[in-house]
Design a protein around this ligand. Structure first.
Ligand SMILES: NC(=O)c1ccc[n+]([C@@H]2O[C@H](COP(=O)([O-])OP(=O)(O)OC[C@H]3O[C@@H](n4cnc5c(N)ncnc54)[C@H](O)[C@@H]3O)[C@@H](O)[C@H]2O)c1
Length: 139
């Protein structure tokens, strides 16, 4: 299966490397060009035991590749997993800006019928799924 993971932080890199290790073809996307260039060379900008080896293996097998969001020209595949940040606001809610930007980009770049998987975490009651569905259905 071809899968795009949006957001190459802790969660996204681990998910991307794990899915590639499971034989999936994975595209890892971020808006941080320095981070993408490092990942593309097999350098992981955080410590997680075994992760760098998994990333190197995925790159070597051609199952894992990394792109800046603005450079993506390939098909996003059958599913896109969102792993962008949801930092807390001053009021204690989750800031959804990164997630909603990712949803809008997936809608514009993905094929019809692509499955959107939400890995980013928000407090109960945020209505993230409802907001995501609205963007996907109406833009
Ligand atoms: N860190 C954890 O252990 C953990 C565990 C479970 C869930 N989560 C949740 O997963 C989500 C991600 O957590 P994290 O720790 O990996 O966050 P992070 O801040 O380390 O990484 C987020 C990444 O998303 C990128 N990004 C931001 N906007 C983007 C966009 N529009 N398009 C593409 N990339 C974009 C950022 O540049 C960054 O590299 C959060 O919602 C968090 O609450 C985290």
């Amino acid at each position: 299966m071809k899968i795009t993971v949006v957001g190459m932080g802790y969660v996204g890199i681990v998910a991307a490397a794990g899915l590639a290790a499971g034989g999936h073809e994975v595209l890892g996307v971020d808006i941080d060009r320095v981070r993408i260039e490092a990942l593309d060379k097999g350098r992981v900008p955080l410590y997680e035991p075994g992760l760098e080896a998994r990333v190197a293996e995925g790159l070597a097998r051609g199952l894992l590749c990394f792109r800046h969001r603005d450079d993506v020209v390939e098909d996003l595949g059958e599913a896109a997993l969102i792993a962008t940040g949801t930092p807390p606001t001053h009021g204690g809610a989750a800031d959804l800006n990164q997630v909603m930007a990712a949803v809008s980009w997936i809608k514009a770049a993905g094929r019809p019928g692509l499955v959107v998987v939400m890995k980013s975490t928000v407090p109960p009651g945020t209505r993230l799924c409802t907001k995501t569905r609205k963007v996907i259905r109406t833009g």
